[in-house]
Design a protein around this ligand. Structure first.
Ligand SMILES: N[C@@H](CCC(=O)N[C@@H](CS)C(=O)NCC(=O)O)C(=O)O
Length: 220
């Protein structure tokens, strides 16, 4: 951890949750430099976009951003987690044989691309639309498409989970795919963020629900 200065983040938001849960599961302590991404009366664009310095750190106006002591800044949650996996290989969550690593990456990408990203886009096109629409194309009319993609992914993953022979997605122990699954579903199910996924809708996917509860217990 010697090379890490801090992680600029807004704790509790889904991409931040991935990094927070990953680091706490691995019992790694880092300094969090908290910055709000939410609009305020003084900074309607959100503090994460309010100064030249922070815009350099977070060029897409989004968190988290890992800052190293040598001045290097790493954004993108997967890249930040990959940094810690590689810098601290002993006990790395995505380690193992070549095939084990490939299966973990396969599950990670399945969850990231088919579920996690559409979940966030569904929010950006519903309750989040006013927050995002002046920054990049974001239309309320796209909500049903992204919600549909979330449900397509839930159905697909439900079937794939039924066929797996491991306790978690890809192994007997937790890997980063599981953490991403947890963060995406926790966000989607959070009523405060909006209408993407209700508990009742989620109960139609019992394998997903059982795995979500298992991961939540493991990360607690
Ligand atoms: N691709 C980025 C996405 C980061 C992202 O979208 N972060 C969200 C929080 S979960 C954010 O900062 N949203 C505020 C905004 O974009 O205004 C990553 O993997 O870290």
């Amino acid at each position: 951890m010697d090379s890490v200065a801090c992680i600029t983040t807004h704790l509790g938001l889904p991409n931040s949750v991935i990094v927070e849960k990953y680091l706490s599961f691995r019992k790694m302590e880092v300094l969090y430099d908290q910055v709000s991404v939410l609009p305020t009366p003084e900074h309607p664009e959100g503090l994460v976009r309010a100064s030249e310095d922070i815009r350099k750190k977070c060029p897409f106006g989004a968190i988290p951003a890992l800052q190293l002591k040598d001045g290097t800044v790493v954004t993108e949650t997967s890249a930040i987690v990959a940094f810690f996996e590689s810098a601290h290989p002993q006990g790395a969550l995505d380690g193992g044989s070549s095939v084990e690593q490939a299966l973990k990456k396969m599950w990670h990408d399945r969850i990231d691309l088919s579920l996690f990203q559409p979940m966030l886009d569904a929010f950006r096109c519903s309750n989040g639309v006013d927050m995002f629409k002046n920054r990049f194309p974001c239309h309320a009319a796209a909500f049903e498409t992204f919600k549909g993609r979330v449900f397509y992914a839930l159905g697909k993953l439900e079937g794939l989970l039924a066929e797996r022979k491991t306790k978690f997605t890809a192994a007997e122990t937790i890997c980063t795919a599981d953490i991403r699954l947890y963060a995406g579903l926790e966000f989607g199910l959070n009523k405060a963020f909006g209408p993407v996924l209700t508990e009742e809708e989620f109960s139609a996917f019992p394998n997903m629900k059982a795995l979500y509860d298992l991961i939540a217990a493991e990360l607690r």
